[in-house]
Design a binder for this molecule. Structure first.
Ligand SMILES: C[S@@+](CC[C@H](N)C(=O)[O-])C[C@H]1O[C@@H](n2cnc3c(N)ncnc32)[C@H](O)[C@@H]1O
Length: 290
């Protein structure tokens, strides 16, 4: 299943790439690398979005099939950009992006230019990303280390340590759009690893609501339920919002912010004047290591 989950790395990056064709004031995130990082087939599709009719159709079709997913992908990335920039100035000395997919913040945010970053994902995505980085930037930049790991079956801490990551350095961890794909063992492995982070480290993670995963409340997303849980069977893990603080407390992390996409849209979508749906079945948590 984890192997199939690797395919989902492209989706959020494609949304970001399409977004670049909106006029600057209407754009939710700026990312001039997103398009170039995509695999060839996806680039061909995204290329069409330079035409406004195609772009508007893509957004409309996305909103119809999975309302709120468009703004979700963009808002959570903007939020993470903001938090990581703040954290590398104030607390964190390194960044570890767990399930990084085709994320680009390590390559485009000036604040990260000199910060050691480990991008971790499954081998297929890491290999594809390495290829694209070589093509686009000539080489993987020296401050970034690409690491292949399966969180469900490997010792994340040991693999990262073997790639030069020091467990005792304050770190900004990103776990964006990933927890729902992990088995209970993968969640345990990941949070056991996070439990060893030094005090003051920071973490942004997203999770899907447990009542959705249990098929009790669909939040208007029967399509996603059928696809991710019944057909592809790749969404495996969910949490109740009221359990988040205790769950994190068990690993010595404390919640700093716990947000829904309505709240993020107020900050990142409203100023653009665009009307986009917001996704209720996923939430975002920002936490600090105790
Ligand atoms: C929806 S994508 C999110 C990618 C990126 N974080 C973003 O938000 O754009 C989920 C990512 O988690 C990774 N992933 C899922 N299960 C994994 C596992 N067991 N071990 C490592 N990575 C995993 C996938 O390969 C994929 O890149």
């Amino acid at each position: 299943m984890a192997q199939k989950a690797a395919d989902t790395g492209v989706g959020p990056a494609a949304i970001v790439a399409i977004e670049q064709h909106f006029p600057e004031g209407a754009r939710i995130i700026n990312d001039d690398l997103a398009f170039q990082m995509l695999p060839f087939g996806v680039r061909a599709y995204v290329w069409l979005s330079r035409f406004s009719w195609a772009r508007d159709w893509m957004v409309r079709a996305g909103e119809k099939k999975a309302p709120g997913v468009w703004a979700m992908a963009l808002c959570r990335k903007r939020y993470i950009d903001d938090k990581v920039v703040e954290a590398v100035v104030e607390q964190a000395e390194t960044v570890v992006n767990l399930g990084a997919g085709f994320d680009t913040q390590a390559y485009r945010l000036p604040a990260l230019a000199e910060v050691p970053v480990w991008e971790v994902d499954q081998p297929d995505n890491i290999d594809a990303k390495r290829l694209r980085l070589r093509k686009v930037l000539g080489e993987v930049p020296a401050h970034v280390t690409l690491v292949s790991v399966n969180f469900d079956s490997e010792d994340l801490g040991a693999v990262l340590a073997s790639q030069g990551y020091a467990l005792d350095v304050k770190t900004f961890f990103i776990l964006e759009g990933v927890t729902q794909y992990l088995t209970e063992a993968g969640i345990q492995e990941t949070f056991d690893f996070l439990a060893k982070a030094p005090a003051g480290s920071r973490l942004v993670f997203t999770y899907v609501r447990k009542d959705f995963m249990d098929g009790k409340v669909f939040y208007g997303h029967e399509f996603l339920y059928k696809k991710m849980l019944l057909k592809d069977k790749i969404w495996l893990f969910g949490m109740d919002p009221e359990d988040v603080a205790d769950f994190l407390g068990g690993y010595a992390w404390r919640v700093l912010e716990h947000l829904g996409y309505e709240e993020l849209a107020e900050v990142y979508v409203k100023p653009t004047g665009r009307k986009l749906e917001s996704l209720a079945l996923e939430r975002v948590v920002y936490a600090e290591k105790l």
